[in-house]
Design a binder for this molecule. Structure first.
Ligand code: NAD
Length: 470
């Protein structure tokens, strides 16, 4: 990370900037800002013939709503400051999208490329045991999910470990989200964050006045998009942008950054990356000298989807994108942001834009505690009702529908339909809440401050309802 300051200090800077627009007591503002519980652990795991000691964390930022919720990161950069920053962001994120959880985050300091699957499994299971020992995991306590370096495989190991040690519990499946569908997961969770980034930006670019100020037309079609990080969030964002007619002109990865002004075929690229382990050497594209140049390339929308602190005071001045969509957490430092805002760049902030993951995690948790797949109760009933309706219309108008038309009209909603529509509704309505705050308050000049204000007002109200703060 190119620190102008630490990641936690950045999040707290944005918090303080927004807090000036909120009229609640200083004590309540201090309570919301603080990380409530910070658990640092070290544990040994046998790796090959030797024993390695791993450092790991779980931070619960706010208990104003329970359970707390947040991903688990595997990265050599993981440290207490980072996990505290990410846990704080989770609280603000949940409030922005009306997910009734407090924020949390976890991480293990390790480079996943240095360990085989069996070793990663042992490390993940041992980490879970540490969380269980200290009561830092459970359906009503704290619910992990995937983040950088982890996915459904790790979540399945966490569930299995938790289940083995808590056999009498009824809600075990809700102890972790982002699980494989076969193990209590929900359809649509894997792609949820990227899909949310797409729904969010699709809404952002739909406002004519806002786009005019940026010198852009409305709509995603034809927009030139550059993406840093083709992992879970970056790949799915790119996929949904491309499907909406945007042109993916550049992709930056760990090993190289590639570009083609005519567009890069994302599906071919992801298959290539899976085969080769990176994007270097992908045919039909040019390669930048330095991978960071992806951030500075000529494009309309830039999507940082890797790690924090990527855009800072030393490169912000060279950024050409008119819109930056923060798919990653904390990709822009405060000094970087000041430069970008002076240049009139629109920054769509992380605490809103990448909230699709936690939104669908919330749906998964609801599914697990209610023990029923969404769509199971209503699907057939709805289909029969739509069928009766179309038959009545056919009878009254004396006109018949084709089989295909009838099938599309009478289809009841499956789990995936409900998840995607719930996610779209969440992203669209949250953006409109944020934009309203931004437009109505002349002193709030950027979307990040508006998103924080939106979030902090809701959290402050929750605390006030608890009766502790006036
Ligand atoms: P991931 O591990 O699936 O992918 C990250 C990708 O970034 C990897 O392919 C990696 O090689 C690449 N990368 C790392 N450093 C890079 C660099 N300097 N330049 C270019 N590429 C680089 O992780 P992810 O889950 O997609 O998470 C990415 C970001 O999104 C993180 O900030 C994470 O906190 C955030 N996020 C993730 C989720 C989720 O549901 N997974 C939800 C919200 C936010």
């Amino acid at each position: 990370m190119h620190n102008d300051q630490s990641f936690l200090a950045s999040v707290q800077y944005y918090y303080d900037k927004a807090a000036r627009h909120i009229s609640v007591s200083d004590a309540l503002l201090a309570q919301i800002k603080a990380c409530n519980s910070v658990y640092r652990m070290q544990f040994p795991v046998k790796i090959g013939k030797s024993i390695e000691v791993f450092t790991a964390y779980r931070v619960q930022h706010s208990h104003h709503k329970l359970p707390t919720k947040g991903g688990i990161r595997f990265s050599p950069e993981v440290n207490q400051d980072e996990v505290m920053a990410l846990a704080s962001l989770m609280t603000y994120k949940c409030a922005v999208v009306d997910v009734p959880f407090g924020g949390a985050k976890g991480g293990i300091c390790l480079d996943t490329r240095k360990y085989n699957v069996e070793q990663l499994e042992r490390i993940t299971r041992r980490y879970t045991i540490e969380l269980i020992k200290k009561n830092f995991i459970g359906a009503g306590i704290d619910v992990p999910a995937p983040d950088y370096g982890t996915g459904s495989r790790e979540m399945a190991w966490i569930l299995d470990t938790y289940q083995t040690m808590n056999q009498e519990e009824t809600d075990v499946y809700a102890c972790v989200t982002g699980k494989p569908v076969s193990q209590g997961g929900i359809r649509g969770r894997t792609e949820a964050t990227g899909r949310g980034v797409y729904y969010g930006l699709n809404e952002v670019v739909s406002f004519k006045d806002d786009m005019k100020k940026l010198g852009l037309t409305t709509g995603l079609e034809g927009k030139r998009v550059a993406i840093q990080g083709l992992g879970n969030v970056g790949y799915y964002s790119a996929k949904f942008f491309a499907e909406a007619g945007a042109i993916i002109v550049g992709v930056g990865e760990y090993d190289a950054a590639i570009y083609n002004s005519k567009g890069i075929d994302v599906e071919r690229l992801i298959k290539y990356k899976k085969r080769k382990g990176g994007v270097k050497g992908f045919p039909g594209v040019s390669t930048f000298k330095r991978r960071e140049q992806i951030l500075e390339m000529d494009c309309d929308i830039l999507i940082p989807a890797a790690l924090e602190g990527q855009i800072h005071e030393r490169n912000a001045g060279r950024i050409k994108a008119r819109i930056i969509g923060e798919a990653a957490n904390g990709p822009i430092t405060p000094k970087g942001e000041q430069i970008l805002l002076r240049k009139g760049v629109m920054i769509v902030p992380d605490l809103y834009l990448n909230a699709g993951g936690v939104t669908v995690s919330y749906f998964e948790w609801l599914k697990n505690i209610s023990r029923v797949r969404f769509g199971r109760l209503a699907k057939r009933f709805d289909e029969l009702a739509y069928l009766k309706l179309t038959q009545t219309i056919e009878k009254l108008t004396n006109k018949g529908l084709s089989v295909r038309e009838k099938m599309s009209i009478t289809k009841g909603a499956d789990e995936i339909d409900l998840v995607n529509s719930g996610l779209e509704e969440t992203m669209v309505s949250a953006y409109n809440q944020i934009r309203d705050i931004w437009k109505k308050n002349k002193k709030i000049r950027d979307l990040r401050t508006a998103a924080y204000v939106c979030s902090l007002n809701k959290i402050a109200t929750s605390y006030q309802l608890l009766g502790i703060f006036p």
